[in-house]
Design a protein around this ligand. Structure first.
Ligand code: OAD
Length: 251
């Protein structure tokens, strides 16, 4: 049975800009836990104890321990069919933008070269004093525990946007532009609880894009979407690809 009606397929095929906005759910099938819901990371931990600047000032060891543990999970995970479908779409067309809330690095590993990582990347660290950035593995900082700057020897912190912190303005401006210009926005695997990404999706729809949500649960965004697919992105996205590009393999 077809997932998408003809009119939506036509809009997707003719779109000048398509935006994929992804959240933790897309990586769930790769074995990375989501933040909220059953088995979610925030069920076992309080966000304020781990993902805020004050938590880091109070107990940097605890915060690094949590990120070292999560980075290990991400390192051992592999991109799934959802990540690979989006990467293929981007290889096929330059007008496909990817904005992710995920810090797990699975989109780039799937081959998505042009992407906006709104919340940072778990494989990167930043100096609390001179702001120099490091790659935790490539720069040999992957020993668990506190890490120090190779230039000024001050404490490093995860290069993540924590609760209450500002987003990178350049990335945010680009994201707004992409969303305003888009004719189609795919909203995949996010509970839409964080206001900036949720507003990005709403902006796309308010500016005329059709919204396509893939999520086993309904969210605050569901009502404004043209289509909601109740299922796993690793299963639904390849099916949508096959309807949009019949007989073209996902590469
Ligand atoms: P959440 O954990 O809030 O939501 C994950 C969503 O994915 C839920 O709505 C699930 O129903 C859905 N989901 C689960 N499995 C899925 C699957 N196989 N396919 C599709 N959807 C699935 O994660 P986010 O919305 O990404 O911030 O959370 C946003 C931010 O909150 C995160 O980036 C993180 C967190 O605090 C930072 O780390 C800075």
């Amino acid at each position: 049975m077809d997932l998408l009606p003809k009119d939506s397929l036509e809009i997707i095929r003719n779109a000048d800009r398509i935006v994929f906005l992804t959240g933790a759910g897309i990586s769930n099938e790769s074995g990375i836990p989501t933040f909220r819901g059953e088995g979610g990371l925030w069920k076992n931990f309080r966000a304020e104890d781990l993902a805020t600047t004050s938590a880091f000032q109070k107990d940097p060891n605890l915060v690094w321990e949590w990120y070292d543990w999560r980075r290990g999970i991400c390192q051992n995970a592999k991109p799934n069919a959802g990540h690979l479908t989006i990467a293929s779409w981007q290889k096929k067309s330059k007008s496909v933008s990817l904005i992710t809330q995920n810090v797990d690095g699975l989109h780039p590993r799937a081959g998505s070269h042009s992407l906006i990582e709104l919340h940072g990347n778990i494989f990167k660290a930043r100096c609390t004093k001179c702001s120099e950035k490091f790659h935790i593995i490539d720069d040999g900082l992957d020993k668990p525990g506190l890490k120090y700057c190779k230039l000024c020897e001050s404490l490093l912190r995860p290069d993540i946007v924590w609760f209450g912190e500002e987003y990178n303005q350049t990335l945010l401006t680009k994201s707004w532009e992409y969303c305003k210009q888009s004719q189609v926005v795919f909203v995949i695997g996010t509970s839409a609880n964080v206001s900036v990404p949720a507003n990005l999706a709403q902006t796309a729809v308010r500016n005329g894009a059709i919204g396509i949500e893939i999520n086993p649960e309904e969210t605050n965004l569901t009502a404004s979407m043209k289509h909601h697919f109740d299922g796993k992105s690793g299963e639904i996205l390849p099916k949508i690809w096959n309807e949009v590009f019949p007989n073209e393999p996902i590469k």
